[in-house]
Design a protein. Sequence first.
Length: 172
Amino acid sequence: MEAPIPGTEAYEGSLATTKYSANKLWHFHFHSAAGNEAETLIAGSEFPYLRNFYVKLSANPDVISMAAVKRYVADYTAPGAMRAGLELFRAFERDADDNRRVLSEKGKLKMPVLGLGGTSSFFLPVAGKMISEVAENVTVRPIEDSGHWIAEKQPETLLRRLREFIQATGEK
C-alpha cells in the first residue's frame, strides 16, 4: 500500500529515474543520500518540511490535522528519529539487490497479494505492474478520494477493501 518495491523494473523505470520522480518523488533521492546532509538541512525546519509532505501527497491537504503534524514533528525531533526515518530510503539500494536475489532464487510469491493506492497518488498507476513482477496472483484496488495517506483519509474504505480481499481469497 503506497510503497515502492525497489528492484522491480516498474520502480527503477517509472518511479526512480523519471521526470515524475524529479517533480514528485525528489525526496527519495534526497533522503537516500549517504551521510547526514539531509538531517542537517532538515534540522530546525522539521515542521514545514514534514507538513509539506502531508499537504502535497494528499488528496485533501487538511487530512492530517495540525495536532497530528505537531505530534509527528515532536516524534521526528527526538534524538536519532529523523535519521531512523531516512534510513528507510537509504536502504532502497540494498532492498533492490535483496529483492532481485530472492526473486531469482525462489521465484514469484504464490499467495494472493493485494495492492492498494490512492486515486490521487503516484503509486496506483504503477502498482499492478510493480507487484506483478514479484507475485503471481495480484489484485490492485483504488482508494477513491485519497492520496498517499490512505489510513488517515479513508480508513473505512481501507478496511472494506481489506475485508473484501480476505473474503475473496478465503473462498478459493
